[in-house]
Design a protein around this ligand. Sequence first.
Ligand code: GTP
Ligand code: MG
Length: 172
Amino acid sequence: QPITSSRKLVLLGESAVGKSSLVLQFVKGQFDDYRESTIGAAFLTQTVPVKDGNFVKFEIWDTAGQERYKSLAPMYYRSAHAAVVVYDITSAASLLKARAWISELQRQADPSIVVCLAGNKLDLADSQRQVSTEEAQKFADEEGLMFREVSAKSAEGVEDMFKAIADRMPID
Ligand code: GTP
Ligand code: MG
């Protein structure tokens, strides 16, 4: 019979890159143009089907990107099975911040953590892109990370990204 495995997933990244928006799109299929910046962290769950009729129940910690909350992050990523490190494709600075989160995870998180680099706001690619797909893909390849470009606004790539992460979670 089907097994449901609970797996802890944390979102990290600079403020306003769209972490909360990605979670809202994944969990509720919604998007807001005006979202309040997260205070501390928010918790949501979502269950997704994986192979062999089993399920992964993600326990999602959506962290606050503002600098004043930075010291809280280790509490959320320490025992995480997966991390989505988000940058905004219209902000080169946000990719630098994502790189810093990735090196912190490499030093401090569980070595078996599955990390996905996510370039959000793909809907703005034509007019405002600052980070090329190639640059981010190359970085992800060098670091051995999953990589996706997504849009919390249009929903493009969002479900696919979380499903791909779920497929990499051990089932037991
Ligand atoms: P903190 O909670 O401060 O860390 O920010 P956050 O990373 O959770 O960002 P949030 O989801 O609050 O989104 C910030 C702003 O970007 C909001 O105004 C969103 O509407 C907007 N936004 C988020 N995702 C997208 C997207 O995919 N496309 C576009 N065009 N705007 C987006
Ligand atoms: Mg937020």
